[in-house]
Design a protein. Structure first.
Length: 172
């Protein structure tokens, strides 16, 4: 009646040519990715730390603002440095540097996420407050530092290169 619509063809070889060296699946780290991770983490750390010393509200620096600004609508100053919004951002910046130690970058990503969450909490409380103030430059710099640090945590992680299908692999 006619030819079939599909004719099954089988492959005769599963390797490129005789005598080809076996190809093994490899894994490793990209030097460029690791350098980018270090650079972005340090840049994000700088943003978190420098932003802590800048104005978060008009006339109120982050290292003077009480840490309750994250959860309450009262934006007061405090004399205790360790109880300020700026101190929290400085600690996050230092943790981002520590996050360079594990190769997976999980700590750096977590720190970046916490920096972003701190900014969001501050803006929510600022919106709830009966004032018409906008976030100051320091809050925005800390947000940018958190984003850059989080992006740096995704770079330089382990990559796996698998052998293409149909090639011989070495078994050790």
């Amino acid at each position: 009646m006619g030819e079939p619509a599909y004719e099954h063809v089988t492959r005769t070889h599963t390797h490129a040519y005789e005598g080809a060296p076996p190809v093994a699946a490899t894994s490793g780290y990209s030097a460029a990715g690791l350098a980018a991770r270090i650079a972005l983490t340090l840049l994000g750390t700088a943003g978190l730390i420098v932003g802590a010393f800048m104005d978060w509200l008009v006339g109120m620096r982050g290292v003077r603002m009480d840490d309750r600004a994250f959860i309450q609508t009262t934006f007061t100053t405090t004399g205790q440095f360790w109880r300020t919004v700026g101190f929290a951002m400085i600690v996050l910046g230092l943790l981002a540097i520590v996050g360079l130690a594990p190769r997976s970058g999980w700590l750096t990503r977590l720190v970046g996420t916490l920096g972003i969450a701190g900014f969001v909490l501050f803006v929510i409380e600022l919106y709830r407050a009966p004032t018409d103030q906008l976030p100051g430059v320091g809050a925005w710099v800390c947000l940018a530092g958190g984003i850059v640090a989080m992006a740096g945590g995704f770079l330089g992680t382990r990559r796996v290169v698998a052998a293409p299908a149909g090639t011989l692999t070495a078994v050790e």
